[in-house]
Design a protein around this ligand. Sequence first.
Ligand code: AMP
Length: 431
Amino acid sequence: MTFEDLKLTRQFLNAIEDWGFEQPTEIQIKAIPPIRSGQDLIGIAQTGTGKTAAFLLPILHLLKYAQGTQPRCLILVPTKELVMQIVSHAEHLSKYTDLRVIGLYGGIGPKAQAQEMEKGKDIIVATPGRFMEIYFKGVIDCKKIKHLVLDEADRMMDMGFMHQLRKIFEIIPNKRQNLLFSATFPERVEHLAEEFLLWPTRVEVSPQATPVETVEQFLYRVPNFRTKIDLLVHLLETDESMERVIVFTRTKDYAENISKYLDRKELGEVRVIHSNKGQNSRINAMADFRAGDVRILVSTDVSARGIDIPEVSHVINFSIPRDSFDYVHRIGRTGRAFRAGTAISFADHTESYYIRKIEDVTKQLIPVLELPESLFIHPTPKSEKQDQAREIDKQKHREDPNYKGAFHEKKYKLKGEKKVSRSTSNRKQNK
Ligand code: AMP
């Protein structure tokens, strides 16, 4: 199957060729024809499958060229990073047309976006909140909106956007084409789909929550934070194939500390993004990373979705995400359309619980690697041991709500805990 077979017009075929796409991906093959024929559609596809072009190409095709000043297509997404990514995709793909695209997102003042809107746009890509804010300024006339796309609908539901979405459905015309894309299809997304799609075609490219096949996954069992840091440095020092690496951490503090430490180790340029960083610093960090000027990007989960970096060689999960679907999204940063990638996870003993959940959801066992011989295994400090004991308590409680919590018992047990030798612990880890 080629893009020619999808019967796109020359200006889009040329843009696709310029961008270097040689053949359509599975979601593009399945979704482009029904969308072009005007049908409502549910697309179950992860980031990395080419889903953005799967909805943009047929819509751009239907819109053809710039018309009037009122927008005709509205694309709603959960994060500003995703807005920027989709705007950039749309600009690439429409480069041989005069179609006008605008991105509306928070974090910067609305004034410039409102002024830009007044010039007339064909496509709006927006986060729901910022869309409404600009709408209330009276600069968006919704009467001509004929295509509505909700991208990453599962994340939108998680982030509590339902209320704002309902408001938006009220102000745009009823007669329109609706498209919903989501990596997973939990009940909440199903309800949303029932609410606003009409006899949708459903296309799915991989079973729910199956990590993209091109990603190789590995797991190291590492007892504590300090040893994780050393392992990270060791890998970055010894593995030359780690050209462009994203390190995911659970908290802002971890992200900040790890990036500072790596910076001092001079392992290549490092940037960090998390929610405490200003908008500009995040945009610049992403731009430098995308341009290839930065080897290591340390990020919290906040930015785990919606970053579009085609050439990430490695994803490192410095901590294991609590939500298995986040794991799938995180490792979706690598092994993107037709490229191979590697995802490496570091798990301490409390995180085995989440690894098991991930393995249940993905229906794949993550191969465990032995820790490098030269790695020093730091003893776990008391405060970290206590945190770990609390975490285990929480997990037990989650599994059995009648579980009373044995933190005091744990403490007692930990005192008497025997230190295991490297070789024994390795053997244990590999079981
Ligand atoms: P997405 O799933 O939309 O986030 O896209 C993932 C990545 O795949 C993006 O970097 C796209 O530029 C790239 N991509 C999309 N379609 C194709 C294609 N047909 N061939 C190669 N790369 C593609």
